[in-house]
Design a protein around this ligand. Structure first.
Ligand SMILES: NC(=O)c1ccc[n+]([C@@H]2O[C@H](COP(=O)([O-])OP(=O)(O)OC[C@H]3O[C@@H](n4cnc5c(N)ncnc54)[C@H](OP(=O)(O)O)[C@@H]3O)[C@@H](O)[C@H]2O)c1
Length: 265
């Protein structure tokens, strides 16, 4: 079986490295316009970098991992090379299944929405597939990823787009919070090394606690919040006028709005 990978940046690499861990026998071809990211990925996964996009065909599975704004050039170069048997796996935010079906010569489309922790085997991947996608192809491709990410089936593409703010962009939001904590610790005189480690352990430990506990997130929060105590003093600032919750709502809404704008382009 041959997997051709178009776009070998952050996300393409994370997903293909995860696939390789599960599928040592899969033939992997990589392509990127500059060649350098494709070469690096090919070396990491024992794949074969191709200098010409045409040499990526025929393939059983085409993984699209370029930026949405780079898709048009890709379609111009490859549309005629796709066959109805090619399964299209797209990581692109803001490009829907119908668009890919209409521009490329295959109805079998799987949209995967991974996040960067997939790189360390702790990812989240949400997915939605076209009704034409064959069940055995779908389960095969998902099985390539199960050891690197928890996989969630979305009821439709709209749910995939609506949840992307948490599933795919969530790490970005958490890293922003991590950066603010880190800056505070630095201002309090910690070394860079200690501040970084403390914040990373804070997130990892809290994550482990959530995963290992039967208590709700609210109960876990309450467990660290004594009446009249210091955590309560901090939480009161965040919850005053519901401002923190409202800010998070707005951030997640903006994410969905942007995915719709990209779809409309
Ligand atoms: N980052 C995330 O957390 C995340 C999460 C979910 C989904 N996604 C989706 O993943 C996709 C890739 O994001 P990224 O962060 O990995 O981007 P990235 O690091 O910028 O990588 C983009 C890759 O696409 C290649 N490329 C550019 N034009 C191309 C073309 N015409 N044909 C084939 N390949 C082309 C680039 O090649 P060069 O190296 O030659 O420029 C590069 O290897 C995006 O569509 C994004 O929506 C990202």
């Amino acid at each position: 079986m041959r997997l051709s990978v178009f776009g070998c940046g952050n996300m393409g690499s994370a997903v293909v490295r995860a696939i390789r861990e599960n599928e040592p026998a899969l033939e992997i071809l990589t392509y990127s316009p500059s060649g350098s990211s494709a070469q690096k990925l090919a070396k990491a996964v024992k794949g074969f970098q191709q200098g010409q996009i045409k040499s990526m065909f025929p393939c059983d599975v085409a993984l699209l991992a370029m930026k949405p704004q780079q898709l048009e050039t890709f379609i111009d170069q490859t549309a005629e090379l796709f066959t109805p048997q090619t399964v299209i796996v797209s990581l692109l935010a803001g490009v829907d299944i119908a668009t890919l079906q209409s521009k490329l010569n295959s109805d079998q489309v799987l949209r995967l929405m991974p996040n960067t922790p997939t790189l360390v085997g702790k990812g989240i991947i949400t997915y939605a597939a076209s009704s034409e996608m064959k069940r055995d192809s779908l389960s095969k491709i998902l099985s390539w990823l199960t050891s690197s990410a928890k996989i969630f089936k979305m009821k439709d593409e709209d749910q995939l787009n609506r949840t992307m703010g948490v599933s795919a962009s969530g790490p970005g939001l958490l890293f922003e919070l991590a950066l603010l904590f880190y800056k505070k610790l630095m201002a309090d005189g910690l070394t860079d090394k200690d501040a970084r480690l403390m914040v990373a352990e804070l997130f990892a430990g809290s994550g482990e606690l959530m995963l290992g506990s039967v208590e709700s997130f609210e109960e876990l929060r309450n467990n660290v919040t004594s009446k009249g105590g210091v955590t309560e003093a901090s939480l009161q600032v965040l919850s005053s006028n519901n401002q923190f919750a409202s800010l998070i709502d707005q951030a997640l809404e903006a994410n969905y709005r942007r995915s719709q704008e990209l779809l409309d382009k």
